[in-house]
Design a protein around this ligand. Structure first.
Ligand SMILES: NC(=O)c1ccc[n+]([C@@H]2O[C@H](COP(=O)([O-])OP(=O)(O)OC[C@H]3O[C@@H](n4cnc5c(N)ncnc54)[C@H](OP(=O)(O)O)[C@@H]3O)[C@@H](O)[C@H]2O)c1
Length: 172
């Protein structure tokens, strides 16, 4: 199983404030949708609340201490390890022959990324050329642990107010 993290971050590693995203960037939303479609996504409870519903066309696993209180449409688990375990079990049944190539995405937020980063193989980072005030941050991407394998830069346009780059890292 490939464990990937996907996030949009500011120059100051900002992720969110008051349990909301910091930017309205339709190009990034489209990239997120296309990259994660058909895959399992794992998120912390606060990120699930901020999205407000299960993401369509994806298996939604949500980490919370209150598993019993979780709504339908998601699979609630009490730890990241449990999330990874059930993701791999289900994937193993579905894709017995090429399990190594099955990709599972951690989609936030800050606490969940920090816990998942040491276990991750790949990072999909949208770098946004902005440094807003925030209360949730992506953990440091150490240059001696992660190799940048692609970078796709875009200038702002009428719908996307900041310059942004889709960057992919793989673990060295
Ligand atoms: N820019 C981006 O790409 C992006 C992506 C996603 C989210 N965000 C932003 O990130 C912010 C939310 O991040 P956050 O760090 O506050 O919260 P979070 O990681 O989304 O959720 C934290 C919650 O998840 C549960 N949880 C996480 N790890 C756990 C563990 N090991 N064991 C048990 N429960 C665990 C706990 O829920 P309980 O309290 O229910 O136990 C915890 O309070 C928001 O502002 C959101 O908009 C940004």
């Amino acid at each position: 199983m490939i464990l990937s993290l996907i996030a949009a971050i500011g120059k100051n590693n900002a992720l969110g404030k008051n349990n909301a995203l910091l930017w309205q960037m339709p190009a990034d939303m489209k990239y997120f949708r296309e990259t994660t479609a058909g895959h399992t996504v794992i998120m912390g409870w606060k990120t699930f609340v901020s999205i407000g519903r299960p993401l369509p066309n994806r298996r939604n696993i949500v980490i919370t201490r209150d598993v019993a209180g979780a709504p339908t449409g998601i699979e609630a688990v009490s730890s990241l390890d449990e999330a990874l375990q059930i993701a791999s079990l289900e994937q193993g049944r579905k894709f017995e022959e090429n399990q190594d190539e099955v990709e599972v995405f951690v989609i936030g937020g800050g606490l969940t990324y920090a816990e998942a980063l040491p276990k991750a193989n790949k990072l999909y980072i949208t770098e946004i050329d902005d440094s807003p005030e925030a209360d949730s941050f992506f953990p440091e991407i150490k240059k001696d642990e992660w190799q940048e394998i692609s970078r796709d830069h875009h200038e702002p346009d009428e719908k996307n107010p900041h310059p942004y780059s889709f960057v992919i890292y793989k673990r060295m």
